[in-house]
Structures are given as C-alpha cells and as structure tokens.
Design a protein around this ligand. Structure first.
Ligand code: HEM
Length: 227
C-alpha cells in the first residue's frame, strides 16, 4: 500500500496517483487535566544565598551611636543649664541645646526611615515577655526622639525665641508667642525629657543584663566587627 513517503521516489513533475491515501491524522495524545494551582513553598533564607542577619547594619550602628552620644550630651546640658542664673554662658548653652535638639530631630527622621525600610536582626532566644519589653522600649524611644525636640521647639516659639539653627538657618515657628502656652510647653518638654531618660535607663539595664548574666552576644550586634 502506498504512503505519502512513496512520493519521494516519483520522478519530478509526475502527477500524484489518485490511489495515494490521505495521511491519517496523527493520534491525539489525551491532555492530562491541569493540576490544581499550588502556592510555591516558602524559600528558606539559606536557599536565597543571603545568610540570616545576626547584627545591625553599618548605618543602623552609626545612627545608634551618634544619636546615643548626642542625646546623652543634650540631656545633660539641658539639666545643667536650666538652673543657671542669667549670663552669657546660660544663653550660649540654651542655643547649643536647641541646635543639638533640632539635629537629633533631623537624624531621628532619617534613622526612622532607614529602620522602616531595613529589617533588624532576628531576636535572640529569650522569654516572650522580654522580647515584648525590648520592642516596647525601642519603639517608645523612637517616639521620644520626636516628642522631646518637637516640644522644645514649640516651647521656644511660644516663649518668643525663634530657633536659628547653628546661627544660620531660621526655623519656622509653628506656635505663636503665648506666655501661658509657653509655661505649659516647658512642663511638657521637661516631662518628655525625663521620660526619655527613664527609657534610656531601662534600655541600659537590659543591655547590662544581657552582657553580665545572659552572655548571649547581644552587645556585639550593635558593635562593628566580624560576625
Ligand atoms: C552605652 C550606651 C548604650 C548601649 C551599650 C546600647 C546598646 C544597644 C544594643 C546592644 C542594641 C541592640 C539590641 C538588640 O540587638 O536587640 C541597642 C538598640 C537600640 N538602642 Fe541602644 N545602647 C546605648 C545607648 C542608647 C541610647 C542613649 C539610646 C537613645 C536615647 C539608645 C537607643 C536604642 C534604640 C532605639 C535601639 C533599637 C534599635 C532598632 O532596633 O532600631 N541606645 N542598643
């Protein structure tokens, strides 16, 4: 019986014999029913090629230590200058205190942006209440980084002393001069500042416990060096 392949042996131009049978349709493979869509299994961090972070990144450390020094110094100057008699020294210290406060505010805004866009290292193993306490203190500290300088700025504006940052950049007054409001804002600024002081003490107490009792390497996570 002839098949299509037989035509290959016909001389060129020969009419195709009428007896040539049409090609049989190729058998159609049954298409298996589509498998139900499955969610891709989560890729463990080790398979992404990136090892899990065990310490803060360089910029987070830079912000931490720069702000820690600035905040401790500004707090100490604020405490010292408040009871000084009127003098050039008092005026100078007030200005330095305000300039440092605005610098802390600006750096804290950058730090918060960095923190919200970069994951910190995973918590070290510790009881749930300690993890909760550490996170609560960290976020309250972040809140205080804004509340303390902003209340000081508002107090200065209400008292009628606009802030000229490092004697160069005049900052807007977001509160009009008002003696009664200034007295209230002075109290508020002081309360926020003492609140920040207490948070720092709680933070330092926790760090000392991790270093002295737990010896779990917590401090190394915030220090430059090898992982
Ligand atoms: C000698 C002083 C200080 C030491 C030894 C210290 C140490 C540390 C350490 C080890 C961590 C990381 C904790 C962890 O791995 O979970 C940390 C985080 C932090 N510290 Fe300090 N600290 C000091 C002072 C301060 C001060 C003065 C402030 C602020 C006023 C501060 C604010 C913070 C904040 C907000 C975090 C959380 C960082 C984040 O997750 O974004 N620290 N500190």
């Amino acid at each position: 019986m002839s098949t299509i392949d037989d035509n290959a042996s016909l001389p060129a131009g020969s009419p195709v014999p009428a007896t040539v049978a049409p090609a049989a349709p190729a058998p159609v493979e049954p298409i298996p029913a589509a498998a139900p869509a499955q969610a891709a299994p989560p890729v463990p961090p080790v398979m992404t090629g990136k090892p899990a972070k065990t310490r803060y990144d360089g910029l987070a450390m830079g912000f931490h230590w720069l702000l820690a020094i600035l905040i401790i110094c500004t707090f100490s100057v604020g405490w010292y200058m408040a009871d000084l008699p009127f003098s050039m020294t008092r005026l100078k210290l007030f200005n330095w205190h305000k300039w440092a406060g605005v610098t802390i505010l600006a750096l804290s805004a950058l730090r918060l942006l960095w923190r919200l866009s970069h994951r910190p290292p995973a918590d070290l193993p510790m009881p749930g209440w300690q993890k909760f306490g550490a996170h609560a203190v960290h976020w309250l500290l972040y809140a205080a980084f804004f509340a303390v300088p902003l209340s000081g700025w508002a107090y200065s504006s209400a008292a009628g002393f606009p802030i000229v940052w490092f004697g160069v950049l005049q900052l807007p007054d977001f509160v009009s001069p008002d003696k009664a409001l200034a007295a209230t804002l002075k109290e508020v600024h002081g309360l926020f500042a003492y609140g920040l002081g207490l948070l720092v003490l709680a933070h330092l107490g926790a760090v000392v416990k991790h270093v002295v009792i737990d010896k779990d390497g917590l401090l190394q996570r915030m220090l430059p060096g090898r992982a």
